[in-house]
Design a protein around this ligand. Structure first.
Ligand SMILES: Nc1ncnc2c1ncn2[C@@H]1O[C@H](COP(=O)(O)OP(=O)(O)OP(=O)(O)O)[C@@H](O)[C@H]1O
Ligand SMILES: [Mg+2]
Length: 416
């Protein structure tokens, strides 16, 4: 919820329903907008596949456990949350809508001009069953193609607004929201994971000069390309760390849970010098006979699948002709970014420098900020802060109430 701790600071809560874990992050926002992370509650996911809810009851209990853990760790009472969503049903595209200024306004761009453009974008035709999750503004073009990000008050006859539109299947989005919402908890806003992870790990320079953010999760890999402070491309690929563990399980003939543990503790995609003849022995237990294999065999399996995953991502960016817009780097985050040697492997695949990204610009709990698997939930906190601040900056009185109602309806209209 937005609970008043001190007269000026408010509490923001974000939640991420991941394939492997559910996380709830709690932060305090100062009057100036600075975020202090108070803590993250975590629970192992259940009822989730490829970032989507497949078993409502299990997913709901896991979500409640993460919330209870966050409440216990931070002493905050959760009544309102911002939620990040993902899944391969999400689709995105860039759209532009055109409008004109009015003669009686002396052809100046007014708030109404911009609101009308936003309404046009919100009413663009969508594929069947889809609803808009986000209309992310990329900028405006004025008469004679002049670009602008802040056109209010400028004289122009024509104006065009450019959006990155993210849509998803209504039923899938509703299911995820209803997994969290109940009599006590209200979902106040939703964002999508690829955008949230970028908000967490990028600074102004990266957002402006072009960066690819890749969040490697257990079931999906969320990708967003940033340029000129906006998202210009986003996609959810249905490949993730689960595939690596599955391959290890089959290739080394070990149970899946063992493979997952092995990957996290000893996995690597690069064989270091002197490791060629190294063997790994997994001890036997009640349900497992034990197993011994060359480290090289494990590395080859992980490398093959990880290279394939990164190539799928690279091929999509090539198809979209996006590398020209990416002047800086590729940032890898999400739990999968912990895999040893990943940075080196990715540098061979992508035509830009690669780094592992962790959340930035937060005060507070540094150990939680270090964890790349928290990028999505921490970015969702930034989205929450941005949304709350926009609302607070609106003019007071009836107009403010009208506007905030409008935005609520707009950001959660798939619930209608
Ligand atoms: N040290 C590690 N080495 C290799 N892989 C790791 C490591 N730690 C976590 N992972 C992998 O990261 C993945 C989990 O990442 P994350 O927690 O970001 O996923 P998620 O958000 O739950 O899933 P998704 O985003 O797909 O819904 C799993 O596949 C896990 O095995
Ligand atoms: Mg994730």
């Amino acid at each position: 919820m937005i609970m008043q701790r001190t007269p000026t600071n408010e509490i923001l809560i974000a939640m991420d329903l991941g394939t492997q874990k559910m996380t709830v992050a709690v932060a305090e926002m100062s009057a100036e907008g600075a975020l202090t992370l108070l803590g993250v509650g975590e629970s192992a996911s259940a009822g989730m596949r490829k970032a989507e809810v497949t078993d409502f009851g299990y997913a709901q209990s896991a979500a409640r456990m993460a919330m209870a853990e966050a409440e216990r760790r931070t002493q905050a009472e959760i009544t309102e949350v911002y939620l990040s969503l993902s899944g391969t049903h999400l689709a995105s595209r860039n759209e532009s809508v055109r409008g004109a200024t009015a003669l009686e306004d002396d052809h100046r761009v007014t708030e109404t001009t911009l609101e009308d453009l936003n309404k046009l974008a919100a009413n663009l035709p969508l594929s069947r069953d889809h609803v808009i999750l986000h209309e992310l503004l990329r900028g405006y073009s004025l008469d004679r193609g002049v670009a602008s990000t802040q056109p209010l008050g400028v004289h122009t006859e024509q104006i065009e607004a450019h959006y990155h539109l993210v849509t998803g299947k209504r039923t899938r989005l509703q299911t995820a929201v209803q997994c969290v919402a109940d009599q006590k908890i209200r979902v106040k806003g939703c964002t999508f994971s690829a955008y949230a992870s970028g908000l967490a790990v990028l600074g102004e320079e990266g957002k402006k000069r072009g960066t690819v953010v890749i969040d490697l999760g257990a079931g999906v890999s969320d990708v967003a390309v940033w340029r000129d402070e906006a998202v210009v491309h986003s996609v959810v690929h249905g490949v993730g760390g689960d595939h690596l563990s599955q391959d290890l399980s089959i290739g080394l003939e070990i149970p899946y849970a063992r493979a997952e543990k092995l990957k996290k503790e000893m996995g690597s995609v690069i064989l270091e010098e002197g490791e060629k003849d190294e063997r790994i022995t997994l001890p036997r237990d009640i349900s497992f006979d034990g197993r011994s294999f060359y480290k090289e065999a494990m590395t080859q399996i992980l490398q093959a699948r990880m290279a394939e995953t990164l190539q799928i991502i690279r091929d999509d960016l090539e198809e979209q002709n996006l590398w020209g817009a990416v002047e800086t780097e590729v940032v890898l985050t999400g739990g999968g970014a912990r895999l040893r040697g990943l940075g080196r492997l990715a540098s061979e695949i992508f035509p830009r420098p690669v780094r592992i990204g962790r959340a930035r610009d937060f005060l507070g709990e540094q150990s939680d900020l270090e964890r790349p698997e928290f990028s999505t939930v921490l970015g969702t906190l930034k989205y929450a802060a941005e949304t709350e601040r926009k609302e607070a900056n609106q003019t007071v009185g009836w107009r403010k109430i009208q506007k905030s109602l409008g935005r609520m309806v707009s950001s959660l209209k798939f619930l209608a």
